[in-house]
Design a protein around this ligand. Structure first.
Ligand code: SF4
Ligand code: SF4
Length: 244
């Protein structure tokens, strides 16, 4: 398994050997406005330039994504890029895992922690079933999205082209930030850099909102808006149960 943060520095000779041996190639990513994060796309664009994928032979591929409640065809958006890598997308599934609906730009009532636990249990069961299908090399699974779902997914993908990607509107409230570096240390893609007196977000961001959830003072802003304690909830139980 390889992490795609730092994908430019991966050992592509070793990856080629692994690909030759592999039965299938899996990609896992958090949903990113009904799409894949830029670092995943960049990796797949670069792959055929670094490895002669035609010489490896056609392989099966699967894409598993995490989402909040909706991904609108997000998990099949990599299909053209996978095809350009000679990979046949057979299983594409999204799983409800976390919640980013408690962030300052949204007016939803934040999801209760107990509901998230139930959601996670259900997703675990679905993931096990999906893994069985992948391992047995059974039928092709693509979710049949409704017309409304496809339209909403399209809207989520087009919107950021005008508005800018998430990392451009994440920021920090200097009055609340205590420069503890919890956000920096817990970012899975090293997308946050510290400057002299503030923090900056880069395009390595995958929109996972782990930084937001881990900040002890709710100092991370979204589009310049600060979280209101009690209204905009953080979900730190993931930290307690899965990361320690
Ligand atoms: S986790 Fe919060 S308080 Fe700590 S450095 Fe990051 S933004 Fe500042
Ligand atoms: S932790 Fe924050 S900066 Fe890092 S990828 Fe997730 S949302 Fe982006």
């Amino acid at each position: 398994m390889h992490s795609l943060d730092g994908w430019k520095d991966l050992d592509y000779d070793a990856i080629k050997e692994e690909l030759i041996e592999a039965d299938a190639v899996g990609i896992f990513h958090p949903i990113y406005s009904s799409d894949a994060p830029p670092i995943v796309r960049d990796f797949l664009i670069s792959l055929p330039r670094r490895i002669d994928m035609g010489s490896i032979g056609r392989k099966e591929a699967f894409v598993l994504t995490t989402m909040d409640v909706f991904s609108g065809t997000g998990c099949i958006q990599l299909q053209p890029l996978l095809e350009s890598c000679n990979l046949d997308l057979r299983v594409a599934r999204d799983f409800q895992v976390t919640s980013n609906l408690g962030i300052p730009i949204l007016t939803y009532n934040p999801v209760e922690t107990e509901k998230l636990r139930l959601r996670l249990d259900k997703s675990r069961e679905e993931l096990e079933k999906t893994c069985d299908v992948i391992i047995s090399r059974g039928k092709r699974i693509w979710i049949q999205w409704s017309l409304l779902g496809r339209f909403m997914g399209w809207g989520q993908r087009v919107g950021p082209k005008f508005e800018g990607r998430t990392y451009r509107y994440l920021g920090v409230d200097p009055k609340r930030c205590i420069m503890c570096m919890e956000c920096v240390d817990n970012c899975p893609t090293d997308a946050i850099t510290k400057t002299d007196d503030t923090l900056e977000w880069t395009d390595a961001c995958t929109d996972c909102f782990r930084c937001y959830n881990f900040c002890p003072t709710q100092a991370i802003t979204v589009k310049g808006r600060s979280a209101k304690p009690g209204r905009h909830r953080q979900h730190t139980f993931f930290k307690e149960e899965f990361l320690d």
